[in-house]
Design a protein around this ligand. Structure first.
Ligand code: FE2
Length: 189
């Protein structure tokens, strides 16, 4: 299950219903989906077929036209370059929708005056609306497998804010124990 953190308040939310409610109040959809539909080593096609209904329903909800499966691990060629595209604060002109099948990562969401982080793990579905200022990084095992939805077949491009805010937050996953205290020096290496 996800861990929702408010670093400025040194507050973490660990209860599923509370996470859903707090994120909903911030305009972010969060749900827990059944993971037992496919085995961990299922092919991308098998995953898309197993979650056919959810994929179709999500397309209706958000006007998405395509879905795919992203699958990266430490051996993925160009992983550092791929991660570097998304770990700086940016926006997209379309929603960022992910259902996590394996691995862990952290979304940092810069909402008004505050930054909140959502550490996602398998079974988490997160929908970040278009235009939301955010950045994303993987956890230490550098592994993530997720279903993604897109509004345009051409995919989506990050538009960087260049604010440097991302450098002020520790991009490390510690599970429920870690409260994500703000740090003063850039750790985004
Ligand atoms: Fe993004």
């Amino acid at each position: 299950m996800a861990v929702l953190r408010f670093p400025e308040q040194e507050r973490a939310v660990l209860d599923e219903a509370a996470i859903r409610a707090e994120l909903a109040a911030l305009g972010i959809d969060y749900e827990r989906w059944d993971l037992s539909r496919v085995k961990e080593d299922a092919s991308a096609d098998a995953v898309l077929s197993a979650y056919d209904e959810e994929i179709a329903e999500m397309k209706r909800r958000g006007g998405y036209v395509t879905a795919d499966v992203i699958d990266v691990n430490p051996e993925t060629p160009g992983l550092d370059m791929m991660l570097a595209r998304f770990d700086k604060e940016h926006t997209h002109s379309e929603d960022e929708v992910r259902f996590i099948l394996a691995g862990r990562g952290i979304f940092f969401l810069h909402l008004g005056e505050q930054v909140v982080s959502v550490e996602v793990d398998p079974g988490d579905m997160l929908r970040v609306p278009r235009g939301t200022t955010h950045w994303f990084t993987l956890c230490e095992d550098r592994r993530i497998r997720a279903i993604r939805w897109f509004q345009e077949a051409s995919g989506w491009t990050p538009e960087y804010t260049g604010s440097g805010v991302d450098g002020a937050y520790q991009p490390l996953c510690f599970g429920p124990v870690y409260l994500g205290k703000r740090v003063t020096s850039g750790l985004s290496v």
